[in-house]
Design a protein around this ligand. Structure first.
Ligand code: NAP
Length: 255
């Protein structure tokens, strides 16, 4: 099957492309690096020729709620229009565990992205993932102030991007009656603890400080463990600690 992967060069998308190709499908990565801009629509029509399914793993550069919402509004509208014209039969959309509860953060823009896909003419399956193991390192870089790294006290159930990609590929290529599936790792941990583990593994002497924001409703939900996956979630290893022992956790390995 020919399957287009929006964001197919990203942290998650590159694994999705690799998994699909290894399964014997033909993955078409769609990103600006491959000549497709989902925000302007440039390159979308030729990329979608003969495509049966779009996997949407694209996201813009900003975690800001408004900027993310603007990205998703334009991207989903363009993919729906071009996808319908190309005869695409299914869209599989990557979202975030618990987005229906979030109001102030990037997650709220993801909830609106889900709604935009669901309102369109193409049948949709949504995969809500928990935090990727691979996302801890960039969070540490953004929040570093000299030798202190401030990370959320949020409780998450982190999962390897490779495991998310495998679940996405299954959703895109097998019969599935559920329109929404969750995927998460095996353990609940705070993001600050994950950062401390990664710093220790890297021999980084920085101190990791948990950051709490009682004034932000989404932070309160995350810290109190109200944004964790439900009992029917797909639970996929490795744990973060196990993943740190693998080559995939080393940036040079492209993980
Ligand atoms: N990171 C996490 O922990 C996490 C957890 C749960 C769910 N998710 C979701 O998973 C998805 C993928 O996240 P990620 O961390 O893999 O993101 P990422 O590494 O930032 O990758 C984003 C991808 O989108 C592409 N892109 C950006 N602007 C584009 C445009 N205008 N047109 C076409 N492609 C564009 C990028 O390629 P170019 O720059 O070449 O265009 C890249 O391939 C997102 O929807 C995110 O919300 C992430």
């Amino acid at each position: 099957m020919r399957i287009a992967v929006a964001g197919g060069t990203g942290r998650l998308g590159r694994h999705v492309v690799d998994v699909l190709n290894k399964m014997g499908h033909e993955a078409v990565p769609m990103s600006r690096a491959t000549g497709v801009d989902v925000v302007t629509g440039e390159g979308l029509a030729p990329a979608l020729t003969g495509v049966e399914c779009i996997i949407d793993a694209a996201t813009g550069p900003s975690p800001d709620k408004q900027q993310a919402a603007a990205f998703f509004t334009a991207a989903v509208s363009n993919m729906l229009r071009a996808g319908e014209q190309a005869g695409v039969r299914l869209a599989v959309v990557v979202s975030i565990v618990g987005v229906d509860k979030l109001t102030t953060s990037y997650g709220a823009a993801k909830r609106d992205q889900e709604q935009a896909w669901l309102a369109g003419p193409i049948p949709v399956r949504i995969l809500r993932s928990d935090l990727f193991h691979e996302f801890v390192e960039p969070m540490m870089q953004w929040s570093r102030q000299d030798d202190v790294i401030y990370l959320p006290a949020a409780r998450r159930q982190p999962v390897a991007a490779r495991a998310v990609a495998e679940t996405l590929a299954d959703l895109a290529t097998t019969d599935e009656t559920r329109s929404m599936v969750e995927v998460a790792g095996p353990r609940v941990e705070t993001v600050a603890d994950l950062g401390a583990m990664l710093a220790a593994r890297n021999g980084d002497p920085a101190k990791v400080e948990p950051l709490s924001d009682p004034g932000d409703p989404d932070s309160v939900l995350y810290e109190s463990g109200q944004v964790l996956p439900g009992p029917d979630a797909v639970i996929a290893g490795p744990t973060f600690a196990e993943w740190l022992e693998t080559d995939a956790s080393r940036p040079a390995a492209g993980g």
